[in-house]
Design a protein around this ligand. Structure first.
Ligand SMILES: [Zn+2]
Length: 146
């Protein structure tokens, strides 16, 4: 909504007699718009008419008294949006790390015999690429083998 749209809504309200339009852009920007945008008493559907009616009933003083609650809600909405962005960023980073460790990416090895503990298995094990070459970890003794 902008000042012109607000005054158009105001012009439709005849119940309290003819109303002078709001001409001060700063009043609109600093009071009417934030109350319209953030106050929980102003619904998304029909909010333009509702705020014009409230102005018609109580003038700018009424809307000004609604401003602290509107600004409080604005702050919470911004905190929620910020938390959502942080959560999505962390989830994306986590997906990236997990993708790097998918078995297909690190390789698998059919393990036969551990030369540390003697375990014999045909279990498929993750093979990690390291500076020393392919390394696997014995599922019994947790020792690394090559
Ligand atoms: Zn072992």
């Amino acid at each position: 909504m902008n000042l012109r749209e607000f005054n158009e809504q105001l012009a439709t309200i005849q119940s309290v007699g003819p109303l002078a339009p709001v001409t001060d852009q700063a009043i609109y920007d600093n009071v009417i718009e934030p109350v319209y945008a953030w106050h929980p008493a102003i619904p998304e559907q029909g909010g333009k008419l509702k705020i014009a009616k409230l102005y018609a009933l109580g003038g700018i003083g009424l809307l000004d008294s609604m401003l602290p609650v509107a600004m409080e809600c604005k702050e919470y909405e911004e905190r929620i949006a910020e938390a959502r962005r942080a959560m999505e960023e962390a989830a994306g980073l986590l997906r990236e790390v997990r993708r790097r460790f998918e078995p297909a990416k690190v390789g698998v090895k059919t393990f036969n015999e551990c030369d540390k503990c003697g375990t014999v298995t045909d279990q498929r094990l993750h093979v990690w690429q390291t500076e020393k070459g392919e390394v696997w970890v014995c599922p019994t003794c947790n020792e690394a083998g090559q």
